[in-house]
Structure formats: C-alpha cells, structure tokens
Design a protein around this ligand. Structure first.
Ligand code: 8GP
Length: 825
C-alpha cells in the first residue's frame, strides 16, 4: 500500500485485521451467512459493505463541509454514466486494495474471484457515458464540489450474445441481486409534470401569467452512488432518478376531455426510467426518450433549487454564483426552458432577469458532428408533452431572432439557419441551437473537433458570440485505466518513478528516459506479456480459441459504427488471408485481431459487420493453411470490465475512423496509456496523441479532413478503387460468395453493397491501401523487439495530457470557475 495513502486513512478499517473483522461482521449481520457457507457473491457483498462504511463516512463529511462552506458546485447533467464496477476502484482510491486482498486471502478467498461477481453498471452506451464517469472520478479526486445527475435505468445497455456469428440482445439486469453501493433517498423525491395545457391569466399591471395544468405527474426518487476521490478524502455523489407513479390524477384535465392524458401517467410513470436507449449517436425519435430527458432534468433542477433555497431563500441574485450546470450533449438541453419556466412562472422573475441567470448557469458540450446524431424534436411532440416549454422555446427564439437581425439586418437566410425552429413539412426544435443560445460556454472534445464545431457546425454562432465556443480535450481517469486495471505496469512504474503519478500523470514523462534502457524494456514487455497471457485465458474461456501470446495483439474496441470502420479492419484481415493462401510463405509476424463492439439493435449494417467478422473468424481460425499467422477473436459483450482486461494486453490500438468523424475518442488514450501503439487516422484526439508521442511512435495513415472534403467535393467514386486495386476487388467479391458462409452465398453482401452501390460514405476504399501499408510498417516495427518496446514505453510516458484531471482543470479554468474545497479529517 502506498505510504501516503496509509497516512491519510481516516478510518478504523486500515489494517488487515480490522478489514477482516468488518467483512466477517457483514457476512454475519448484513447477509445472514457465515464463512463456511458464503459463496463468492456473498464475499463480494460483504467486502463492498465493509468498504462502504468508509465511503459513507467520507460522503457525510464531504456533504457537511460543502454545506457549511456554501460552495459553488458543478452539476454534471448526463443521460448516461457508464460506471463499470466500483469495488476495485473504491478500494484503490482508499489505498485499501492490498489490505483487502490480504484480509480476504487469510479468509481463504481470492480477491480476483470476488471482483468478478460485480455486475457492471452499464448506464451508458459508449464514449459519452464513460467520459461522464471519468469526469466525476476526477472531480472527486481534485476535491471539487460536484454532483452528477442522471437516470437510474432499471436496464442498462443490453447484454450482447453472439449466436452463430450474429449479435443477439439480452436485457441487462444489473440490480437483480441488489447494488451494494447505492442509497435510496425517498426524502428527496421530486415531482415532474407532463402533458396537459397552459392557461393564460393576467396579473397585476396586466402582467401575463402562465399556468400549466399538467395532465399527469410522476415522481422521481433519487438513488445516490457515492463517488470516491483518489485517496478517499472527497466523496461526491452521483444522483440517479428513478420514476414512479405519483398516484395523482388530474380532474381538471379529465373534465376538460383529456381522458387519455389523465390516465397516461400510471402506465408511463414506471416506464420512464426502465431502459437506456441503446443508440449510439442516433436519435431514437421516441416520445419516451424526450420524457426521459425532461424527467431527469426537471428532478435535478428542482433538487439544485431546493439546496440553493436552503442557504439563500428566495434571493435569486446569487444563484448563478453558486450553480453551474454542464450539459453533456443535448440530451439535457430541455433544462434551459425548464429553468426559465421555474424562474418566470414560479419565482415570478421578469424574463430578462431569468434569462440573465439561465445564460450564466448552463454550459454545453458537443460530442459529435454526425448530422443524424444532432437531436431535433418535432415541435408538435414538445407541445403535447411539455406545452409550456414549447411556448418558452418560441419566446427564446423570438428574442434571439431579434439579436440575429441586429447583427445581420434583413438577412432571412441567416435567421432560417440560426433559428431554434427548423421550418419544413414538420416544425422541428433544434436542441443544439437551443443549447448554444442558452449556454455561456460551448465546447468540443478535442482540438480538431472543436475547430470543426466552430468552422462547420456553428460558424455563425461563433461570429455572433465570439469566445463562447471553446475546446476541452477529453481525458480518462488513470486510477481506473492504469492503476486498477493494470497492476503489473502500475507497480513497475511506482518502482521506477514513484507512486504519485495517478494524481499527476505528467509524472509519467519520467519514464521516457528509460525508453531505450534494455533492462527496463524487458521489464515493461514482461508485464505486457503477462497481461497478454491473462487475455489469452479470457479468449480461451470465452471463445474456446487458443491464441499465441507472442503474436501481435491488435485491438479494436468501441461501438460498432460505419464511421469507426471496423469493416476497414475486416477487409484488411481478408486481404492478409488471401496473401497467405496465395503464398504460404507470406512473411508476417503472427497477429491476433481482437474485437469488442456492440451494434445498436436497429442498425442493420453494423450488425452485418459483426456477423461478417465472426464468419471470417470461423474460417480463418480453423484454416490450417494460415498456420496460426492470423487469429481473430471477437469477444462478446464488450463493456467496461472487459475493456479493463483487453486494454492492458494490447500491442496495437486501432483508431481508424474517417477523418473528421470521431469527435475525440477516449479508447485511443486508454490503450496508449497502457503501452499500445496506435495505428490511426488524423482524427479526433489521435491528432493530439500523435503530437505527444511524436511521429516515430505512432502509425498515421489515410486521408486528412481536408482531403476527405476535397475528394467528396470532386465526386468520390468507390468503383475507382475497386477497379484499380485488384486486392480490393478480390476481397469485396469474396464477400459475395459463400466462402465464409457455406451454403449461404450473399450472406455478407450488404457490406460490399454499402461500399460500392451506396457510395462508401465513410471512404473505406479510399483509405484501404494506405491502411494496409501502415500495417506492413507496424509488422516490421514489431519484429524489432527493442524498437517496439521503446515505442510502447514512450506511449505510456507521453500520455500525461490525457488524464481526465487535466480535462477537469480546463473546464474549471475555462468554463466553471470553481474552487476546490478541502475535506478535513
Ligand atoms: C462520443 C464521440 O463519438 C467520441 O468521439 C467521444 O470521445 C465521446 O463521445 C466523448 O466525448 N459520442 C457519443 O458517445 C455520443 O454521441 N453518444 C450519444 C448517443 C449517446
């Protein structure tokens, strides 16, 4: 255990003996079992309960201190928090991992076995949700007052099974056997109104008063998940809202003829927090999703206001000094009109005063430029569910249009472009526009992405509001993504440069000077090999597939999406296979291609790509002519806990999106931090990774954003590549045969069609040759063991920039203006 952590442990449970007795106490008194009867699940729960004592003590102290100091706090609004497992992380953050592991060992229990008992909290789809989880870890570590607000989904992201190569979705039931970390707080329940109608009244001096008569009211019950900072001082909270029926029935609406609306509540109430939408970067287009968004925003705002009023009563003048709300994408954008409604209709502030507060409170992060992912809601739908909010949105827009007219007098085209309302067959509310207008700061998530947000997504807003659009490059928490998931490497680093890097990741720089040291290279690569052995075990257990740990472990893990181009990797694997079949002596270092990816259930082509990877894997893995030069392992049910096993074992990190499409990426950072070398395009944060590690320690290939745009403007024709490059033609034609799907010719043809007939929207064929050449360079580099070790070490050493602590520091300085608050004792 790290000495600094021992010194600061406030708890009685700091030595093995005390931890042991806490575990036994919980086995007996909380779980009603004993050491002889307990299975791994019971040991896991008892261990969680033992550490939870420390967690709750920290939480109590933190909340008391924040209250007494009346701190300004950031409120991170996010429809997704992809937390993963918490036990190992909480133990690490309290500096108690080795203590717990030793205590359990004396009780005859392996900590690694009980860690596996914990279901992942998969309340997110991918990057955006995991980013939120990293951010709340950093906020707690940096002793910043913060609350995460989201939804307590009953079912998180679906569990993926692979049957005969195809993805099958099964429900995720993370709470079936209870969640030892969460605390229900019924005393902080909120009520949320939906449907109904708005009545206009006239008050004193002819003031127009609006009264919303809701058709139904649902309850939001909060569940708190404590978020433990590194070294366990600040324990913040992630507050997740669960919906329940309120038992309220609106007679007004019923009598006015709204029979269905008045009844709707009971049916809908419990549905609201039932499922996470399994869509990554596409809008579900469902009424329920809008209700989910409003539900958690309304509960959270009321919660914030309740807390504010406790200290400041009805004095709204300090609200924006105390409260900043970060909108994680546009999913919580409905918060803007909701706060306006509360301020104008309830608190009876004037519009300008209310708007002044609003636009000092909200800040918005954009996570994607993909047009299909930019949320728009039919005005008609908002009118039905949130009639008063639509009025408010129109009013915001009306005043905003006047501003636009001032800047660009008489320019109707400009008004059309910037309006929150998109006119057309159906009037749509553009949530991105609403977010930009309602926020004081807007950020993209990597330098390049933020530049594109300014130059192509919101250029006019940038002109109208100079300085509002900014960048905060994403980051990842090194506590989970190195210290906890890669203990071998962490210990090696501790020995070499000291153990304070988890707090100050720039310290890893200190490793660079050992990058060419032969002894250190051997030690570093020995850890990598041990991690590869662990992953090989996992692959054996999961797929009944043997892989050689001396092969290059080439890893592509991320959601399945055309723009991320898993099919580019697939075409390349097929090309390698062809080369081997044509020439059995084809010279390549053996490679294991490891994939992990879930496809949105309704995304046909993404599912076809998963199927194709698995079918090609079946064939190649079992073809003796390949002589083990290629193995393909598609590990089912990619999730945080699986990532924690895959990332430490990777030699090569695949980051091969079409330039301009991946806003940032964060897997790229995790893999490089763990000593994987990137093969990637100049996209998202790859650009900044390349800057940090230097051109010699990364394999960059393919079209740049400018080249993509030029090619598109010129008229991109994938057939040019198909006819000119015989290897491309051969692998695409192969997809049409039944070679990989015996008896089912054409089963893989949709991929070929998308790349040819459908115009290859993500320019896979244009980048194929460059990718293949880069892979040849990777192969050559790997064979030079010392050179490779040096590259791997440099990658770890240069990842300091990508700690989420740095991202949070940037947010604090550029956006939130927050101060840390020390928690004593
Ligand atoms: C992702 C971006 O695609 C990724 O590049 C970035 O690193 C990450 O956000 C964090 O900033 N976007 C999403 O995950 C996303 O838009 N998801 C929403 C649909 C749920």
């Amino acid at each position: 255990m790290n000495a600094k952590a021992t010194k600061t442990q406030p708890s009685p449970v700091i030595d093995k003996a005390a931890f042991k007795s806490a575990v036994i106490k919980h086995l007996h008194c909380t779980l009603g079992t004993d050491e002889n009867k307990a299975n791994n699940h019971a040991w896991w729960k008892a261990t969680c309960a033992a550490i939870q004592e420390q967690v709750l003590e920290g939480l109590r102290k933190t909340q008391k201190t924040h209250y007494l100091n009346d701190t300004r706090a950031v409120h991170y609004f996010s429809a997704e928090f992809l937390m993963g497992r918490l036990l190992s992380n909480n133990l690490q953050n309290f500096g108690l991992f080795d203590v717990a592991s030793g205590a359990l060992k004396e009780l005859g229990v392996e900590i690694s076995d009980i860690l596996e008992e914990e279901p992942d909290m998969a309340l997110g789809n991918g990057g955006l949700g995991r980013l939120a989880a990293c951010f709340i870890d950093s906020l707690a570590t940096m002793e910043l007052p913060a609350i995460g607000y989201g939804i307590h989904y009953e079912h998180g992201l679906f569990r993926q099974e692979i049957k005969s190569g195809a993805q099958i979705e099964r429900p995720d039931s993370w709470r079936d056997y209870g969640n030892p970390w969460e605390i229900c707080r019924p005393e902080s329940t909120q009520e949320v109104s939906l449907y109904g109608y708005v009545e206009t009244k006239y008050g004193e001096n002819g003031r127009v008063l609006k009264e919303w008569h809701p058709g139904s009211i649902v309850k939001g019950v909060p569940w708190d998940i404590p978020v433990v900072g590194y070294e366990g001082k600040t324990v913040n909270v992630l507050r997740l809202w669960q919906s329940e029926a309120s038992g309220y029935f609106n007679w007004d609406v019923f009598n006015a003829g709204g029979y269905v609306d008045a009844q709707r509540e009971n049916v809908q109430a419990e549905t609201i927090s039932k499922v996470l939408y399994p869509n990554d970067e596409t809008e579900a287009g469902k009424e329920l999703r809008l209700i989910q968004q409003y539900f958690f925003c309304s509960c959270s705002l009321k919660d914030i206001i309740r807390r504010y009023k406790r200290a400041h009563g009805d004095d709204w003048s300090r609200f924006a000094d105390q409260v900043v709300i970060q909108l994680n994408d546009t999913h919580p954008a409905i918060s803007v009109p909701e706060l306006m409604r509360i301020l104008v209709d309830r608190a009876e502030l004037g519009w300008d005063e209310a708007w002044g507060i609003c636009t000092k409170v909200f800040a918005y992060t954009n996570h994607t430029l993909l047009p299909e992912a930019l949320e728009k809601w039919p005005a008609r739908m908002i009118e039905k569910i949130l009639p008063r909010h639509l009025e408010i949105i129109y009013e915001i827009n009306h005043r905003f249009m006047a501003e636009v007219d001032k800047k660009w007098p008489g320019d109707n085209a400009m008004k059309e472009k910037l309006s929150i309302i998109e006119e057309g067959n159906e009037k749509m509310v553009r949530m991105g526009h609403l977010s930009v207008i309602g926020s004081f700061a807007v950020n993209g998530v990597a330098e390049m992405h933020s530049r594109l947000v300014k130059s192509s997504l919101f250029p006019e807003f940038d002109e109208l509001y100079p300085g509002k659009l900014t960048n905060v490059t994403n980051g990842i928490t090194p506590r989970r993504w190195l210290k906890a998931c890669n203990p071998g490497l962490s210990k090696l680093i501790d020995k070499k440069i000291g153990d304070d890097w988890p707090r100050d990741l720039d310290k890893l720089q200190g490793l660079a000077k050992f990058a060419s040291n032969k002894t250190f290279q051997k030690q570093f690569m020995k850890v990598k090999l041990e991690n590869k052995e662990l992953l090989a075990d996992e692959i054996r257990k999961s797929l009944d597939l043997e892989v050689d740990v001396n092969a290059i472990f080439d890893v592509q893990i991320k959601r399945l999406h055309e723009y991320k181009r898993q099919h580019l990797a697939l075409l390349h694997i097929m090309a390698l296979y062809r080369r081997i079949l044509e020439n059995p002596d084809y010279d390549m270092h053996p490679r294991v291609f490891v994939f992990g990816a879930k496809a949105a259930p309704g995304y046909k082509l993404a599912k076809d790509i998963i199927y194709a990877i698995n079918k090609v894997a079946d064939k190649i893995n079992n073809d003796p002519r390949v002589n083990n030069k290629i193995k393909i392992a598609f590990l089912p049910n990619y999730r945080v806990s699986l990532a924690e096993k895959m990332i430490p074992a990777a030699d090569v990190s695949e980051q091969i999106s079409t330039a301009g499409k991946e806003a940032s990426g964060t897997g790229n950072m995790k893999l490089a931090l763990n000593g994987a070398v990137t093969i990637g395009t100049l996209d998202g944060a790859n650009v900044e990774i390349a800057e940090e590690v230097g051109d010699d320690n990364i394999f960059i290939f393919g079209l740049t954003v400018e080249e993509v745009n030029e090619l598109k403007a010129k008229g991109y024709n994938p057939y040019d590549y198909y006819y000119k490059d015989p290897e491309i033609k051969a692998v695409l034609d192969w997809l049409e045969t039944d070679y990989f799907t015996p008896g089912k010719p054409g089963a893989l043809v949709s991929i070929k069609q998308s790349l040819l007939d459908n115009g290859d929207p993500y320019m896979v064929l244009a980048d194929f040759r460059a990718y293949s050449d880069a892979q040849i360079a990777v192969d050559a580099a790997y064979r030079d063991k010392e050179r490779w070790a040096e590259m791997a070490i440099i990658n770890t050493a240069k990842m300091g920039k990508f700690t989420s602590d740095r991202s949070i520091r940037d947010y604090v300085e550029r956006v939130w203006k927050l101060s840390p608050c020390k928690i004593e004792g």
